[in-house]
Design a protein around this ligand. Structure first.
Ligand SMILES: [Zn+2]
Length: 417
């Protein structure tokens, strides 16, 4: 069913108001705390969302780990499986999220955007060419000293407004909806304490960037730790005796292909990324992350590390190298490909909202990938923000209504199936 002018007007106003309210609450996660949630302040937004859902008449709980679960029963006669809509509460610890003051720049003219609290800071199409697609429209940024938090409060606002729309306009058909807001996504712990029995059979995270984006691929990820055990001897009398672990570790790293590093790769290219090098003559350690979209290509990288181990151990008798390789996460495309409708409906929903879908492969991980491997196929849909994790983070106001429309369209496609 097509959205009426009244519905669109409601969506526009409701989503913007929610977004402006949510970004003002500090929800920075904390990599160091070791607790769940990683920071207590995330409860402030989660509890507010709980109250707001309750006042809409939606069943909702917040657990001790700061996960919010809410259920909207299916419309009469709709038999599709329950769908989860997922977004994250926290913002990146990379930039302060304290005292965020959203600024609406009306009628963007295509030039530079300045920030009231930092006159030296400039946002322009040089930083973000996508700005040029929103000339004449309203853009929201922070005030110059913090991030904005559109990642992922734009996703939260879209899902909240969608719930409000379904409550207000019961003629819009939808399957059972299971909303889930998670803490700590930005520090890789968004699914750490998730109760998947409370989620639907399929899911959509609203945590992508540019309007139109749909992501159904992410990196295949491994970690490698290589330990070199050498032998230290007085350097004046070391000939044919010393085995310098630190020096050999440096030579080992130098044997890896220089063009396969994060700073030399993009799009679908993979890499070795040296995270840390430490050591002395007796012992040295190289720590890597290994990334690609193809698992087989990462296995080749693991083989290369093992063959270099053999080579160096032969070259330096007495040297010992331990190679430890761990799988971190997998590309979720292999799961999503088994139920292509989940992604296809999202693409169709984007087209129904009058937008051209942009398929992207995430050069990183996503909670959707973890959920997919837990049995809930979950592609990632745009939330509309750009330049995440920076003081220049921005979002066009139109993104909110488009994300809500896409959510509603996804529901109607499943309801009509
Ligand atoms: Zn995010």
């Amino acid at each position: 069913m097509k959205l009426t002018a009244e519905m669109l007007e409601f969506i526009k106003k409701d989503a913007l108001e929610r977004f402006l309210r949510y970004v003002k609450i500090n929800t920075t996660s904390n990599e160091e705390s070791g607790t769940n949630p990683s920071s207590k302040n995330q409860f402030e937004l989660t509890n507010l969302l709980k109250d707001e859902l309750r006042s809409l008449g939606v069943d909702v709980v917040v657990d001790e780990f700061c996960y919010l679960y809410a259920t909207l029963p299916a419309s009469d006669g709709v038999k599709a499986p329950p769908i989860s809509f997922i977004a994250h509460i926290d913002t990146s610890p990379a930039v302060s999220g304290e005292n965020v003051k959203p600024v609406i720049h009306r009628n963007y003219n295509g030039g530079e955007i300045r920030f009231p609290d930092d006159p030296g800071l400039v946002l322009s199409p040089k930083d973000s060419p996508e700005l040029l697609e929103f000339i004449g429209q309203d853009i929201i940024t922070a005030s110059g000293t913090t991030l904005l938090g559109a990642d992922d409060k734009a996703g939260i606002a879209a899902i909240m407004t969608m719930a409000a729309v379904f409550k207000k306009f019961s003629q819009l058909k939808h399957p059972e909806i299971r909303i889930c807001f998670t803490p700590d996504e930005e520090i890789g712990a968004g699914t750490a304490k998730i109760d998947i029995s409370k989620l639907g059979k399929i899911g959509y995270t609203f945590d992508g960037g540019m309007i139109g984006e749909i992501e159904n691929e992410c990196f295949d990820a491994m970690g490698a730790k290589i330990k070199f055990t050498g032998l230290n001897v007085h350097p004046g009398y070391a000939k044919n005796k010393m085995i310098n672990a630190a020096g050999i570790a440096a030579r080992f790293y130098a044997m890896l292909p220089e063009y396969e590093t994060p700073e030399r790769t993009e799009v679908r290219e993979g890499f070795f990324h040296l995270l840390k090098i430490s050591g002395d003559e007796s012992e040295a350690v190289l720590q890597f992350i290994i990334r690609d979209f193809e698992h087989a290509r990462n296995e080749k990288r693991a083989e290369l590390l093992n063959s270099l181990k053999d080579f160096f151990e032969k070259k330096y008798p007495g040297l010992k190298i331990d190679v430890e390789i761990k799988e971190q996460y997998r590309n979720f495309k292999e799961v999503l490909d088994k139920t292509p409708e989940v992604t296809d409906f999202a693409i169709k929903a984007i087209e129904m909202a009058g937008i051209k879908p942009i398929r992207r492969a995430i050069r990183g991980g996503t909670d959707g990938a973890r959920l997919s491997f837990m049995g809930i196929p979950t592609p990632n849909v745009f939330a509309g923000g750009l330049l995440f994790h920076s003081k220049k983070e921005w979002i066009p106001v139109v993104a909110f209504e488009k994300a809500v429309e896409v959510g509603i369209n996804i529901c109607s496609l499943w309801a009509e199936k």
